[in-house]
Each structure stands twice: as structure tokens, then as C-alpha cells.
Design a protein around this ligand. Structure first.
Ligand SMILES: C[S@@+](CC[C@H](N)C(=O)[O-])C[C@H]1O[C@@H](n2cnc3c(N)ncnc32)[C@H](O)[C@@H]1O
Length: 238
């Protein structure tokens, strides 16, 4: 798919109705408001989808720490028809996401489980705001397993908070504490990697990485790491 086509899919006039349709499938005003706000204002969904569509729209997507599987519905609404498997340890979020997706997109698969051992898979892998809930060793193992599940032209897309000296980093830490206190996150922050650390963990698995900010209009220290097999990165450049 041409890059321009992929970007047109995420023009604001298409995003708003898609966000409203997805939100309306959730139960109750609180969940609907949360989903609608997240899909309208978090730049990760358009950025990740654009990259996935550009790299290979037909490839399946493995979404690790998928929460309510919003990315799965978002991709479907914008034309992705490859498989989608989301895994999350939180049974409440999986049940809510499953109930919401069932009527419209019954082929979206959401599975409750941890990330210590990943199922067999070949395609794109996404880690959206989940890495910091694992300790450093678990992160390293997860990155290795994720890299092994990439198709030849598959992407490993990671949005993560990065540890640095910025005010954004301090704001992100405060937000994480609030989320934990509110009971929305059933797990605490364990290890926030630095940019250098995360990039070298990925390079050690044989991937080539580019990193850029992905905080949009939020005050958070969110970064997007785009990793692919070094051979695929060479092909893309030539
Ligand atoms: C901030 S939420 C992000 C959810 C989703 N990726 C999104 O952006 O909408 C982080 C998710 O990671 C999940 N999570 C944290 N640690 C996990 C683990 N060890 N195994 C599976 N899921 C985990 C949490 O349950 C939560 O749903």
C-alpha cells in the first residue's frame, strides 16, 4: 500500500466517526467516554496504523498488553483485514474489549494471559505503553521473543515512556502513580528504560531501530521505537 493512501486513512474527518463507532460498542458512559477520548486524542493509534499499513497491511498483528483491544478495532475500522491477536493479563479489560468487538468484528481475538511466554506467531508485533510494567529482565526476554515473531517485513512497534532528565518524564511518573491509586492499573511500574538501553536491547536481537517522540499534545514522555529486521531495513533504504 502506498504511504499516501495509508496516511489518508487517518485524516481527522475519518478518525472522528471511527472513534465514535468504536466507543459506542462499549458498555456505560465511563468506558465510552474513555475510549472516545483515547482514540481521538492519543497520536499513537494513527502513527502505529500508518506504519503497519505502509509495511504490510495484510500481515497479522500481535498486540501485547492490549488492554481492551482498542488497536484491533481501530485497525479493522481503517481497513486492516489480517489477523489480530491481543493479549493482556487484566481479565476485566479483556472481557470489556471482547464484548465490544464481538458484534462488529468477531475475528478480533483477545486472550487473557501474561507476556512471559508468547504464542507462536508471525507478523507485526505492537507493545503500546506496556513495557515499563515489566522488570528489566522480563523486558529483555519479551523483546527477544517479539523479535522472533516478526515476519520478514514485519515491524516491532513500541511506544514507551523513557527515563531521562526531562519535565515530561517527571509528569509521566506522577500520572502512573495516580493511575495505580485509582485502581485502573492492576500492576505497578517496575522498570522504565532509557533510550540507549532500549535501543541496544533491540539491536542485540538483530533489529534495526529508529526512535522518535510520540507525545502529541500530551505532557507525557512517550516515545515510539520502530524496529525491523536489519535486512528489511537495508532493503527499504536501497
Ligand atoms: C497502559 S495499558 C495500555 C493498554 C493498551 N496497549 C492501549 O494502549 O490501549 C497497559 C496494559 O498492559 C497490561 N499489562 C501490564 N503488565 C502485563 C503483563 N505482565 N502481562 C500482560 N499484560 C500486562 C495491563 O493490564 C494494561 O492493560
Amino acid at each position: 500500500m502506498k504511504a499516501t493512501h495509508a496516511r489518508n486513512r487517518f485524516a481527522p474527518e475519518r478518525v472522528a466517526p471511527a472513534a465514535a463507532r468504536i466507543a459506542a460498542r462499549f458498555h456505560g458512559r465511563w468506558q465510552q467516554g474513555y475510549v472516545h477520548g483515547k482514540l481521538r486524542h492519543d497520536p499513537a493509534f494513527a502513527a502505529i496504523s500508518t506504519l503497519l499499513f505502509d509495511a504490510g497491511a495484510a500481515l497479522p498483528v500481535l498486540d501485547l498488553g492490549c488492554g481492551m483491544g482498542l488497536l484491533g478495532q481501530w485497525l479493522r475500522e481503517h481497513g486492516h483485514r489480517g489477523g489480530y491477536l491481543g493479549i493482556d493479563q487484566d481479565a476485566r479489560k479483556i472481557a470489556a474489549g471482547d464484548a465490544a468487538a464481538r458484534g462488529a468484528w468477531p475475528d478480533i481475538e483477545l486472550r487473557q494471559g501474561g507476556l512471559a511466554t508468547l504464542p507462536p506467531f508471525c507478523g507485526h508485533v505492537v507493545l503500546l505503553d506496556v513495557l515499563h510494567y515489566l522488570d528489566r529482565e522480563a523486558q529483555r526476554r519479551l523483546l527477544q521473543q517479539s523479535a522472533q515473531r516478526l515476519a520478514g517485513n514485519g515491524l516491532l512497534l513500541i511506544r514507551s515512556v523513557l527515563r531521562d532528565a526531562s519535565w515530561r518524564y517527571r509528569v509521566t511518573l506522577a500520572e502512573e502513580r495516580l493511575l495505580a491509586l485509582a485502581g485502573w492499573m492492576h500492576t505497578a511500574t517496575r522498570h522504565i528504560p532509557t533510550r540507549t538501553e532500549l535501543e541496544s536491547e533491540l539491536e542485540d536481537t538483530g533489529l534495526s531501530v529508529t526512535t522518535r517522540p510520540l507525545w502529541g499534545r500530551t505532557p507525557f514522555n512517550s516515545w515510539l521505537l520502530v524496529a525491523r529486521r536489519a535486512s528489511a531495513a537495508r532493503d527499504q533504504r536501497s
